[in-house]
Design a protein around this ligand. Sequence first.
Ligand code: HEM
Length: 299
Amino acid sequence: MDDKEIILPSPDPLPSQASGGCPVHFGGITSGGHTPLNYNSYLMVEQLKKLQICQSEPPHHDEPLFIIIHQTYELWFKLIIHELDLVLDLMRKDKVRKATHFMRRVGAIMKLLVGQIHILETMAPRDFLAFRHKLNPASGFQSSQFREIEFMAGLKDERMLSHFEMDKEAYATLTHRYRGETLGEVFYDLLRLHGFNLPSPTPGDDQAKAAQMEAERIRELCRLYEDESGALTDLHDLAESFIDLDELISLWRTNHVTVVERIIGFKRGTGGSEGVGYLRSTLHKRCFPDLWNLRTALV
Ligand code: HEM
């Protein structure tokens, strides 16, 4: 099925893509004129090492851990977004296997991120309290890349944009993502091209109509999991890669809230939320609800 190219319409490019550049900004390489490239200059290691600025005075021993763990998350988030943009593009071109290949990369990165949070458990609660007040009102709420990933995966919540009103660039990127297509929407368009009947509600449809359409969609999606001919294997594998991503995001949320409780208990968040109570309320979130629900319908 990867052989025939069916091009689906692409949405407007991101502001950074408008000039035909890389969807995520990775900058151009300058090797410093005549100086041959070496490991440190290529990776800008010296510049990278200067990006950890402690707020505590004198710097608390554990603050570099806190900064570096967040910075490495943000770097991996940047790459995840880069890969998801490609996956969207590949699905629009009916390149199913390639899309699955890059979703597997996203899954491999996410597995690392799920485990990485535990490094923070080596920080004693009182050590964190020694510099936590210096971070106010900065908060994970303001991770625009985390929100971008959520929006791309289908978890769009307009209220989240309000956390970025002071940050024009992040606000513009997130607003673009908010208006853009999600992985689930592009996947459904791809399935429609392959003959799937997947009705989706339009504004004005009542609850009963929406529920009826959901049941129809789930009946259709079950075909991916019931097919024994092999004709739908590639699409099935792509669907499973979305479930992998969803499960890994969910595992990250569980690990994050557990680490948060272990370090700050039930104190309020620096972003103003209830803290653990708020984070627990996010644990049920699902990016691909139909793909989860179809499992109940399978016989
Ligand atoms: C000592 C370690 C940490 C503590 C105590 C902590 C605490 C919190 C709290 C209380 C919130 C709720 C929002 C608020 O009111 O501030 C939150 C949200 C968040 N944190 Fe952390 N966090 C920690 C480490 C991390 C790390 C390493 C990441 C890596 C990216 C991270 C990413 C996030 C994100 C993305 C949110 C928003 C979650 C959502 O709205 O679903 N946090 N964090």
